[in-house]
Ligand binder design. Structure first.
Ligand code: SAM
Length: 362
């Protein structure tokens, strides 16, 4: 069972991370032999596929490398300055796996795979510009609203500073060109908004069932360990987002989304657009929490006025149409009381590249 789960996880990351693919394939073989991987995975034998035991193992091993506890293995990890030599990977992993088997077992048992993708700031930024402008239009104002951003499922909160990120577009940089985090959003088309205006964020808050405190070394290592170590661009993006977070801390509250949202939405702020945002969260939310979340939002939407407008902005995988078409990541916007409901575009799961293509969202 575990060996099959590892082999399946290896297969899924084959094209994106040859290093993780090789580590998991060799670990799957080791499980079959009853080697050290079996000792590390003791107690996880009956874990559900959805908990991705293979990626928990790869994350725990990556964390050892980042902590400097696996010097022989580190020479294969670009995130530790190494260069992968895949045929030698497993032999170089073995000493660290044996030496730290107990620690690895504890970590594999205690952690869930958790990521926070800063690339999603790019569709968020464009979507917020559109929302602020459309809400202003509906209220008869010339100047876009300032935004209060409320993020459900914020993880480490790395998407709570969209106005403090730079977005390189041709010869210009939107947002904050001096930011430690400057993204290449790789946009096809443009958001239907005046890109010359800066986004004004007047408040931010986030919640998560299991928040990551990126102000601590433990929190930073936790998020870092789940980036595949040969995905250098993602890694650099995460480092930059963590550096930005250090200059502008925003705590993420431990709470299920609906209860937190009900508290946040209890008082509307005047002359501000309140935006409820979530990205790649919906698939993890229980049916009961989904129903509660919808009810909380419907209640707040019914009370929204042109001076206290409300928006829902989401970036989530959705079925692309047609039974065999698979999923794609779409950016969707609803605005109250304007009654606007738009599909703003679609892009890669990490937020870049992205295509702006507006159509009605039924
Ligand atoms: C794949 S991560 C995405 C994190 C972040 N939104 C991003 O785009 O990088 C999903 C997050 O949703 C959180 N989550 C799942 N169900 C939740 C719920 N009912 N309420 C709040 N957070 C939830 C998880 O703990 C996890 O941090």
């Amino acid at each position: 069972m575990l060996a099959e789960q590892f082999a399946a996880a290896a297969h899924r990351c084959r094209e994106h991370s040859p290093l993780t693919h090789r580590l998991l394939r060799d670990a799957a073989d080791d499980l079959v032999r009853g080697g050290v991987t079996a000792a590390i995975m003791a107690g996880s034998e009956h874990d559900r596929d959805a908990t991705v035991p293979g990626l928990r193992f790869a994350g725990a091993v990556h964390r050892l490398v980042l902590e400097g506890r696996a010097p022989a293995l580190a020479r294969h990890y670009p995130t530790a300055g190494g260069t992968p030599d895949l045929p030698a990977l497993w032999q170089d992993a073995l000493p660290a796996l044996h030496r730290h088997a107990d620690l690895l077992r504890q970590r594999v048992r205690a952690t869930a795979v958790q990521t926070n993708e800063p690339g999603r700031n790019a569709p968020l930024y464009g979507g917020l510009l559109v929302a602020a402008q459309e809400a202003a239009k509906a209220a008869g104002r010339a100047v876009p609203f300032g935004v209060r951003l409320l993020e459900v499922g914020a993880s480490g909160g790395l998407n709570l500073r969209p106005h403090r990120v730079g977005y390189r577009l041709g010869g210009t940089v939107l947002g904050d060109p001096d930011s430690p985090l400057v993204l290449d959003p790789e946009w096809t088309g443009r958001p239907p908004a005046d890109l010359g205006r800066r986004l004004r964020v007047t408040g931010r808050a986030g919640c998560d069932l299991d928040p990551v405190d990126v102000s601590t070394e433990d929190g930073r290592l936790h998020l870092s360990s789940f980036v595949w170590a040969d995905q250098v661009r993602r890694w650099d993006r995460l480092r930059a987002a963590l550096a930005l977070a250090a200059t502008d801390p925003v705590p993420v509250e431990r709470s299920p989304g609906p209860a937190w949202l009900a508290r946040q939405l209890a008082h509307a702020e005047h002359d501000v657009l309140t935006v409820v945002w979530h990205s790649v969260v919906w698939q993890y939310v229980s049916p009961a929490d989904r129903a509660r979340g919808r009810a909380v939002l419907a209640d707040a939407a019914a009370k929204a006025t042109p001076q206290t407008p409300l928006a829902l902005l989401v970036f989530e995988p959705r079925r692309a149409g047609g039974r065999d078409a698979g999923h794609r990541f779409e950016l969707l916007l609803r605005l109250w009381p304007a009654g606007l409901s738009l599909r703003l575009g679609h892009g890669a799961g990490h937020g870049t590249p992205f295509t702006w293509e507006v159509s009605p969202w039924e």
